[in-house]
Design a protein around this ligand. Structure first.
Ligand code: SMG
Ligand code: MG
Length: 382
């Protein structure tokens, strides 16, 4: 394909309730969308997962917009042929900026797949190293933020259990860990899937405290230490029974291989934005699947645009644990797509249906893209 334009839309989408992690509290999602138009009249959408500030990772919305405007966008617009396959070669001259590259990859891939009437899930299935079954429905978990108090936490968790979620993830930090985990384990009973995510809030002085979490039979503990410190995660993995799962640290298939080889992690959270896109996500899936390492799909409070692509990724056979791919109403009263994600009922209780239409398989509500805009769209042309 030849690209005719890349348009960047910046929107503010209110959350249904505040979301607090060890690094901050948000009440609104600032969303950066990429809309590509091709020279032959096609189009595609991608969602950038960077936050408003550089708190989860070094990337943030202003930085992503800047690098797309001045480096990545012009490189794609100057190329005679752009595909999701050659995009990473075209953009390889820019170091890092994986979330920005992933959003461009998603938009190009959406356009490419719409043009060939292929769904995201079928495309990702073909991209796998070894063939395997693709799920029509995926198991959903929900990520529960840090609460002002235990009663509020238990009320929120009870609501998600009633909605059907198949796994609960609690955000933890020093001072909000053993007590809330004990209370939620007591509420859920011993069979329910429960895990925790520290978003790098701990240090090596906390090894013994973290070992106390072993009492609660958790599925995993996610990213207790800073992203660069693979060695600290090796020490923790040897110190506790609970499986350690890296999120922030895993920025590529190469890092995933290294972290697994060193015994730093025994489960991997795959977020396409963090690793630079869906192509890299499939590579991580494949290497984990080959080694029998479970993977699951993380979330970054995506609107229906990013969520649709993530749900397709979670349909690959190596995704054996429920993801953070919750329903649209977990975060948003109204979603940006005409087909919001709703949890299934009956045998599909706690699952989301994998979109099967062309591309991401959902229709973007351009009325809301305009209504929720907080800046004029930035249009880059050839
Ligand atoms: O999309 O439900 C979601 C968010 C899940 O907890 C979630 N994501 O570290 O895994 C993570 C966090 C990062 C959120 S950035 C504000
Ligand atoms: Mg995480």
């Amino acid at each position: 394909m030849r690209l005719a334009s890349i348009t960047l839309h910046r929107l503010r989408v209110p959350l249904v309730r505040p979301f607090e992690t060890s690094f901050g509290r948000q009440t609104v999602r600032l969303v950066l969308l990429v809309h590509v138009r091709t020279a032959d009249g096609g189009e595609g959408w991608g969602e950038c997962v960077a936050g408003e500030g550089p708190l989860y990772s070094s990337e943030y919305v202003d930085g992503c917009e800047h690098v797309m405007r001045h480096y990545l966008g012009p490189a794609l617009l100057a190329a005679f042929e752009v595909t999701a396959e050659n995009l990473h070669t075209l953009l390889g001259f820019v170091v890092g900026h994986r979330m920005a590259k992933a959003a461009l990859e998603a938009a190009v891939l959406d356009a490419q797949l719409r043009a060939s009437a292929t769904s995201f899930v079928d495309h990702l299935g073909h991209a796998m190293a070894e063939p395997g079954p693709l799920a029509a429905w995926v198991d959903c978990g929900v990520s529960v933020g840090i609460s002002p108090d235990l009663d509020t936490l238990l009320a929120e968790v009870s609501g998600y259990v009633a909605a059907g979620y198949r796994r609960i993830k609690l955000k933890i930090k020093p001072g909000w860990d053993l007590e809330p985990v004990a209370a939620v384990r007591a509420l859920l009973g011993s069979n329910a899937l429960l895990q925790v995510d520290a978003n790098t809030a701990y240090g090596l002085g906390d090894l013994d405290r973290l070992r106390e979490l072993d009492a609660f039979d958790l599925v995993l503990i996610e990213q207790p230490f800073v992203e660069e410190d693979i060695a600290a995660h090796v020490l923790l993995s040897r110190h506790i029974q609970t499986p350690v799962c890296l999120d922030e640290s895993i920025v590529s298939a190469a890092v995933a291989t290294d972290a697994l080889d060193r015994g730093a992690t025994s489960v991997i959270n795959v977020k396409p934005g963090r690793v630079g896109g869906y192509r890299e996500s499939v590579l991580i899936h494949d290497l984990c699947r080959a080694q029998g390492v479970p993977v699951w799909c993380g979330g970054m409070l995506e609107t229906g645009i990013g969520r649709a692509a993530n749900v397709a990724l979670a349909a690959l056979p190596g995704f054996t644990l429920p993801g953070d791919t919750s329903a649209s109403d977990r975060y948003f009263a109204e979603d940006l797509v005409e087909e919001p994600f709703v949890l299934g009922q009956g045998e599909h209780r706690g699952q989301l249906r994998v979109p099967t239409g062309p591309g991401i398989g959902v229709t973007v509500r351009e009325d809301l893209v305009r209504e929720w805009a907080v800046a004029a769209p930035v249009v880059l042309r050839r």
